[in-house]
Design a protein. Structure first.
Lengths: 213, 156
């Protein structure tokens, strides 16, 4: 092989190697971060300025305890009927959040802690209940084991609320500060009186790239 | 050449040291949790962060009953340093037969420099008759144990 041919071959080999590098770059962070169980009640490894799991747990716990300290929900033998769902829970904040996370957790915890003090009405699934009532009354199914009732239960109180936020951003440093306020109300469905209200608020600042969904 | 290299390495190491924060100093006369731990009137309080124990103290812990007859606790904490401190606090509830209800959620408490704050919580079960309070560092993330890892002991 002449010197020129050898040089050309070496050059071609080099070009091919470099081309291979271009089409198959080394995988960034190939080992990744292995999954870990985190305590949802405390700040996790990915944390930003918005509502996170520790806030959901803290606010539902706080509201539950506050409600149960209220005289209208005391152990009197008479169990007021309450609806706790997200239908009248409005998100006016800058963060996309599933409101059911808040209301569902609140309802479950209250139900477990205070069944003897409150009756919980499922108004979200009225269609499901009506369907079964129709089947029983038409004779398609039997009447079940708890018998028939004249009507579904009417409610005394209903939960409503609002989530709001206030954002500020430093364009030079990229730091964002957000104040979030979550307000809860229990309204008397006959008179319109707000019989209980609670608020959960916090402010956080960070310059981290965290996306909320 | 070697001297230049050594100087560069030393500078890099010192720069790393400069970026690490140390525990803020406390003002004289202020008893921190490190000095208080074990006091008979504070046995129901646990400060879970060793760094925090050098900076905050617990004034008192008192129990009472709410209007609906449930156990309630109030704990007053104070800041011995000249910087803001953020705590998370929660309550554990016990009755005659051990734990009477799940612990409360962590609540954030802000302590201004040299300031005081009161944390309160109430039980949800009539079976609760004893309470205990945990205090943790609000700005500290979770650190995980993983086999094979070593953990830095906080410097005294």
């Amino acid at each position: 092989m002449t010197r020129t041919t050898a040089q050309t071959a070496s050059l071609l080999l080099l070009v091919c190697s470099l081309a291979a590098c271009q089409t198959n770059p080394p995988l960034q962070n190939a080992t990744g971060v292995s999954s870990m169980d985190v305590d949802p009640g405390r700040k996790g490894p990915v944390s930003g300025v918005g509502v996170e799991s520790q806030d959901i747990l803290a606010m539902t716990d706080q509201m539950m305890r506050d409600m149960l300290a209220e005289q209208i929900f005391a152990e009197t033998g008479k169990r007021p009927r309450v609806i706790i769902d997200s239908q009248y829970f409005v998100n006016e904040s800058s963060q996309a959040i599933n409101k059911n996370l808040i209301t569902q957790r609140l309802m479950v915890n209250l139900n477990r802690a205070a069944r003897s003090r409150m009756q919980f009405i499922n108004r979200q699934n009225t269609a499901m209940i009506e369907q079964e009532r129709a089947l029983k009354r038409s004779g398609t199914t039997d009447v079940g084991t708890t018998g028939l009732t004249k009507a579904q239960l009417g409610a005394d109180y209903r939960l409503s609320g609002k989530i709001g936020s206030l954002d500020s951003r430093n364009t030079k440093t990229g730091m964002i500060q957000r104040y979030t306020q979550i307000a809860f109300e229990m309204t008397d469905l006959e008179s319109g009186e707000i019989v209980w209200s609670g608020i959960y608020e916090f402010a956080r600042a960070a310059a981290d790239d965290v996306i909320y969904r | 050449m070697i001297r230049l290299l050594l100087a560069g390495v030393t500078a890099a190491v010192l720069a790393g040291c400069a970026a690490t924060q140390s525990t803020p100093p406390t003002f004289s006369g202020c008893r921190t949790w490190e000095q208080q731990a074990g006091a008979p009137h504070l046995v129901s309080v646990a400060v879970l962060s060793p760094e925090l124990a050098k900076v905050i103290g617990v004034q008192e812990i008192s129990t009472s009953r709410t209007g609906t007859g449930l156990a309630a606790v109030q704990t007053t904490v104070y800041n011995c340093s000249d910087v803001d401190v953020v705590l998370t606090m929660r309550t554990r509830f016990t009755g005659n037969r051990g734990q009477s209800e799940p612990p409360s959620a962590w609540k954030t408490v802000f302590l201004a420099p040299r300031g005081q704050a009161t944390y309160g919580e109430s039980a949800i079960s009539q079976a609760t008759d004893k309470v205990a309070v945990d205090i943790n560092d609000g700005n500290r993330g979770q650190s995980q144990f993983a086999p094979g890892q070593t953990y830095q002991v906080p410097l005294k």
